[in-house]
Design a protein around this ligand. Structure first.
Ligand code: NAD
Ligand code: IPM
Ligand code: MN
Length: 354
């Protein structure tokens, strides 16, 4: 029997609804498999915790997380109660940084049974590899002259080490996929970091002669995600560009409530963390209508990462079959609740594996 220790952080808003759903699916899958055991430990961190304790996680939080095999997180943010830059930097981004989860992987594909808002989406299937440790998300900068003519300075940081690392990861993924990497650039308008980004892309590409490359400015690329998403295989992007592109990825699949993500630690020193692309969706929280598929697909990514590749595939297959049978939440045109979709997916797993 293989045993995995998972740290579970539902977080805020619909994270508290879709995480229990996905854990139920995971446990169903593990039981049916018979050879693996998933040990989950839940942590109550998030904005409610902040309101009580003045911090987003306990002081020994990282220490408590570091020996888990993986972290499974819902969403963070309750913007009416805690400013987003405090809640996100106190929990989600804090873990990403401290656990050196330097790569963020975000797949998107035309999903069986889902209607893309695009008239002719084509059978797109791409992977955005997002730099997850620096770039536009940096603490370098500050605010001065608050009382007079205020200035806010936010420095974007691009190191050769992190840029090479994310590009190398993207090329390795392309070798396993369709052999094409697109670099999201903006070297026409951003005069220092983006020409540097292009140079590193060019350097790294020389190590992968079998992989085709394209370099596309982010504004045009965002439009191509809408007009011809099936042209793409792997897209490598800076932290902010990757963030924006992957909400478009969700949208063209049919809803941001579907899109999965993994924050990957590649040096083996700390666990990786899996969380969907969407946020805490305060506008629908408490109604029981959140789409659990983003969190469940994320669970499948986590199984994949843990090496349980066949089981990961079964979860994805059950999810697609349930969607294809028309059992869907409102955001994708159905009227099922979070629980109904979850239970159907568990049932489907039983039919498929049991
Ligand atoms: P959001 O992703 O939470 O919501 C955007 C829209 O998509 C909303 O209309 C919401 O109802 C809908 N939506 C999202 N997930 C859904 C699901 N599973 N099923 C059905 N509909 C879904 O983005 P936002 O409104 O910009 O942010 C809300 C809060 O979440 C903010 O505090 C933000 O900072 C935070 N946030 C957190 C994360 C994270 O923890 N990874 C990611 C994005 C945003
Ligand atoms: C995401 C989110 C986060 C990000 C926010 C909430 C800080 O949008 O994971 O996509 O920008 O990384
Ligand atoms: Mn985002």
């Amino acid at each position: 029997m293989k045993r995995y220790e998972l740290a579970v952080i539902p977080g805020d808003g619909i994270g508290k609804e879709v995480v229990p759903s996905a854990v139920k699916v995971l446990q169903t899958a593990a039981t049916l498999h018979g050879g693996i055991q998933l040990e989950t430990t839940e942590f109550p961190w998030g904005c409610d915790y902040y309101i009580k304790h003045g911090k987003m996680m306990s002081d020994d939080g990282l220490e408590r997380l570091k020996n888990f095999d993986a972290i499974f997180l819902g969403a963070v943010g309750d913007p009416n109660k805690v400013p987003d830059h405090i809640s996100l930097w106190g929990l989600l981004i804090h873990i990403r940084r401290e656990f050196e989860q330097t790569i963020n992987i975000r797949p998107a594909k035309l999903f069986k049974g889902l209607t893309s808002p695009l008239v002719d989406p084509g059978a797109f299937n791409f992977l955005v590899v997002r730099e997850n440790s620096e770039g536009e998300y940096s603490e370098s900068g500050g605010r001065i002259h608050k009382e007079t003519d205020e200035i806010a300075i936010q420095n974007a940081i691009f190191t050769r080490k992190a840029t090479e690392r994310v590009m190398d990861y993207a090329f390795k993924q392309a070798v396993l996929r369709k052999g094409h990497v697109t670099s999201a650039t903006k070297s026409n308008g951003i005069v220092h970091s983006m020409p540097f980004w292009d140079e590193v892309f060019n350097d790294v590409s020389k190590r992968y002669t079998g992989v085709r490359t394209s370099s596309v400015h982010i504004d045009a690329l965002a439009a191509f995600f809408v007009t011809k998403p099936s042209d793409f295989d792997v897209i490598v992007a800076s932290n902010l560009f990757g963030d924006i592109l992957t909400d478009i990825g969700g949208a063209i699949m049919g809803s941001i409530g579907i899109a999965p993500a993994g924050n990957i630690n590649i040096n083996g020193k700390y666990p990786s963390m899996f969380e969907p692309v969407h946020g805490s969706a305060p506008d629908i929280y408490g109604k029981g209508i959140a789409n659990p598929i983003g969190q469940i697909w994320t669970a499948s990514l986590m199984l994949d990462h843990l090496g349980e590749i066949a089981l990961a595939r079964e979860v994805l297959r059950a999810m697609e079959e349930v969607t294809d049978a028309g059992i869907k939440t409102r955001d994708i045109g159905g009227n099922a609740t979070t629980d109904e979709v979850t239970n159907k997916i568990c049932l489907q797993l039983q039919n498929n594996i049991g």
